[in-house]
Design a protein around this ligand. Structure first.
Ligand SMILES: [Zn+2]
Ligand SMILES: [Zn+2]
Length: 162
């Protein structure tokens, strides 16, 4: 196991521990489905949709449905174990990394990659700036084309219409 894999393994175990803790406090049962879904989400950095997770666990989890996966992910968001990322597509993307960071979303292949929080300035919005809305946190989604899509001629032409 190299260092990167080792760090990922540590991250997965810390996430599972956190879930056990949060579930206990919220009196939610620690089902094997919740475990499998969190394990899958924490093991990846591609900001999957509920469908992506469903596709990768359905073989070993009999009786799990897309709806279950979606519901479990929503529970994780409520328990603040995971975050939901707004994206230009209709489908929500999920991230087990709840530390403050931003995302770049490719309009062509729909890939979502992390942007270090220090690369973008913090916004300080006051209540009156947005019609009395109180901001708890803010993150940005930067949209564009990833380098793989940019190197595909046709894709770049389709999107760079202006
Ligand atoms: Zn792309
Ligand atoms: Zn992320």
């Amino acid at each position: 196991m190299n260092e990167k894999q080792h760090d990922r393994q540590e991250f997965i175990s810390s996430k599972l521990k956190l879930m056990e803790d949060r579930c206990r406090k919220s009196r939610l049962s620690l089902t094997s489905q919740r475990r499998a879904i969190l394990e899958n989400l924490s093991s990846r950095t591609d900001h999957p949709t509920a469908d992506h997770i469903y596709a990768s666990i359905q073989d070993r989890m009999t009786g799990v449905s897309r709806t279950t996966v979606y519901r479990v992910l929503e529970t994780f968001v409520q328990l603040r174990i995971a975050q939901k990322i707004s994206s230009p597509e209709a489908k929500a993307r999920f991230d087990a990394d709840t530390s403050r960071h931003h995302h770049a979303s490719c309009l062509s292949c729909e890939k979502v990659i992390d942007i270090d929080a220090t690369l973008l300035p913090d916004v300080h919005l006051k209540k009156n700036d947005i019609d009395g809305f109180e901001v708890f946190d803010s993150s940005f989604v930067v949209v564009g084309l990833c380098k793989e899509c940019l190197s595909t001629d046709g894709v770049a032409r389709t999107f760079k219409y202006n």
